[in-house]
Design a binder for this molecule. Structure first.
Ligand code: 9MR
Length: 554
């Protein structure tokens, strides 16, 4: 089990042998072109995994640095896949994971020039979307038609959810803020390429323009989602013509929206020549959303309650977060970083002492902390406040670094069983982001190396043996729960999409072969609980893989 792409010349290189054999044994690195042994090493002692019944031994060949193509050989075990040692080894995954968003675009056709064999007609136009009864107001009564085109499909389904777009957009925008020099020249072969705006931002704008349509112009509140009443079947985008609705406004959606538009305003100010008015529109939208949330601090999106009261019944994804402190923290941080207005700092100070937690769609305070630290100089934060925030991130990251030696796969991912839930691969990637932030703050390479263990995890160094990014590596996810990949008649799935990963919850009721936390993954399209793809899982993958490419000692 190893990163199926390979290794950087000057970074750690680890392969894991799953075995029960404890006899003293060696391993060799063999040149793929001429079968010559180029390196001899010793396997580590046998180690039990705490997250499954697997036993492993480690082959560490970090000392071997010569670029080339190789495989690992261990007596009595199948040879490894061929791998590469090169200075841009993860670039393919980094670009593919960003390009993945292009394939999720909703209302435009994907042409062969950009989409290759995955070209397809436009999906849902979403130019005539109905106000659902749960979202009705005097100005916009039930059945009012509004236009919410564009955006990305959330996942394997064909719906668009603001809460999940929130963390996704925040993560992609932060990737740009942290590595703008790197992204300024990164091209992904999308229609906008060459328009003077970096492609990562071009891609983000496609979803941003949709998000802006989800704000009620009468009061600043933001609808939770734009969806069908029920999930579409496993057909291509645009085939079904069922009515689309926007659902009740909510506090989580509105605060996430405020955070994203505030961050977008800050970033797009630098592109006002190419994108006149966009930054201003975003800032205006953010301020109005914040005001709505102040007046409506506790409106939960509770789909069961909505279905008791209104029709038609809605059974698409809920993203029903009921705790708004973290969204408040993130939105206040972005608004403060953009406007420098002290009222947001006042709000922020209410939460700033809470401990650091791993971001996910329902918990976004970490994004606020990263933003404050990234902008601490410009924001004139007191040195004690900056130090406190920095300590918070570093001690959070230290616990990850310390967990590596006792992990049978020598990754940060898998520190605890709780890492393996619905979308577990996004935990691996978000842990990587925390470690990259620790590296940026400290310049201590141990954090960068630890982040790389989780990129290695996602690309194959894990208990399942799969590389979870479609289209990359030798043995990767082939059958994601992703409607276009199922319906398009093409053997290979749409590329650049990150599967959810091991999830012992098995909420899909499919027949799994392996049931332990770190092995509970099924590469079948029925498995929406372990093998769906989602925009909020791809985003930390984009951040982590591109950050590693940008920061490697080359
Ligand atoms: O990622 C979400 C996960 O945390 C939840 O446990 C799960 C059930 O509510 O929903 C996941 O999100 C799905 C969303 O509701 C609809 N689109 C597909 C998403 C990924 O499976």
């Amino acid at each position: 089990r190893m990163n199926q792409l390979g290794f950087y010349p000057n970074a750690p290189k680890v392969a894991i042998v799953v075995t029960k054999d404890s006899a003293d044994a060696g391993f060799t690195i063999v040149s793929a072109s001429n079968n010559k042994v180029v390196y001899n090493g010793k396997l580590s002692a046998l180690q039990h995994s705490s997250n499954s019944s697997l036993q492993t031994r480690t082959a560490d060949f970090s000392k071997f640095k010569t670029p080339g193509k190789y495989f690992v050989a261990v007596k009595g075990v199948e040879n490894s896949y061929p791998f590469t040692i090169s200075k841009n080894v993860n670039y393919v995954a980094a670009v593919a994971s960003l390009k993945g968003y292009y394939y999720q675009r909703v209302s435009m056709p994907l042409y062969e020039k950009y989409a290759g064999k995955w070209a397809r007609p436009a999906g849902h136009p979403d130019t005539a979307v109905l106000i659902h009864a749960s979202a009705a107001t005097t100005e916009r009564p039930e059945g009012t038609v509004i236009s919410c085109p564009g955006g990305w499909y959330d996942a394997g389904d064909y719906n668009k959810y603001i809460v999940n777009s929130g963390i996704t957009m925040g993560t992609l925008l932060s990737a740009y803020e942290d590595f703008s020099g790197y992204f300024d020249t990164l091209k992904t072969n999308i229609p906008e390429e060459g328009n003077g705006v970096p492609d990562i931002l071009n891609e983000v704008i496609y979803n941003l323009r949709w998000m802006l349509t989800m704000q009620d112009p009468n009061d600043g509140g933001v609808y939770n989602k734009c969806t069908n009443a029920a999930f579409d079947g496993m057909v291509m985008p645009g085939v079904t013509k069922l009515p689309r609705y926007v659902l009740q406004k909510g506090t989580a959606a509105t605060l996430d929206f405020a955070a994203v538009t505030a961050q977008a305003a800050r970033i797009f100010k630098k592109f006002s020549a190419q994108l006149p008015g966009l930054a201003d529109s975003c800032e205006k939208a953010a301020l109005a959303a914040w005001q709505w949330a102040l007046k409506n601090p506790n409106v939960r999106y509770d789909q069961n309650a909505i279905n008791k009261q209104f029709s038609p019944k809605i059974t698409t994804g809920g993203y029903g977060d009921g705790r708004f402190v973290d969204e408040g923290c993130w939105a206040a941080a972005e608004l403060f970083a953009t406007t420098k207005d002290g009222q947001y700092l006042y709000e922020l100070r209410k939460y700033i002492n809470d401990p650091m937690t791993l971001p996910n769609w329902g918990n976004v305070s970490g994004l606020g902390i990263y933003t404050l630290l990234r902008n601490s100089k410009a924001l004139d934060l007191s040195s004690s406040e900056t130090e406190m925030l920095k300590r918070k991130v570093l001690s959070f990251a230290n616990a990850y670094v310390e967990a590596i030696p006792s992990n049978a796969f020598k990754t940060v991912m898998g520190k605890s069983k709780a890492d393996f839930n619905w979308g577990s691969n996004s935990n691996a990637a978000n842990q990587g982001i925390a470690l990259i932030n620790a590296y940026l703050l400290s310049k201590d390479k141990k954090y960068l190396d630890a982040a790389l263990t989780n990129l290695d995890y996602i690309l194959g160094r894990n208990a399942t043996g799969y590389c979870f990014l479609t289209g990359v590596g030798t043995k990767s996810t082939m059958n994601p729960h992703h409607r276009p990949s199922v319906a398009d008649g093409i053997v290979e799935p749409v590329p650049g999409l990150l599967a959810g990963g091991p999830n012992p919850g098995r909420q899909d009721g499919c027949k799994y072969e392996f049931l332990e936390p770190e092995t509970c993954y099924l590469d079948e399209s029925c498995s929406y609980a372990s093998n769906e793809i989602a925009i909020n899982w791809n985003a930390p993958m984009v951040y982590l893989s591109n950050a590693i490419e940008a920061l490697q000692d080359k």
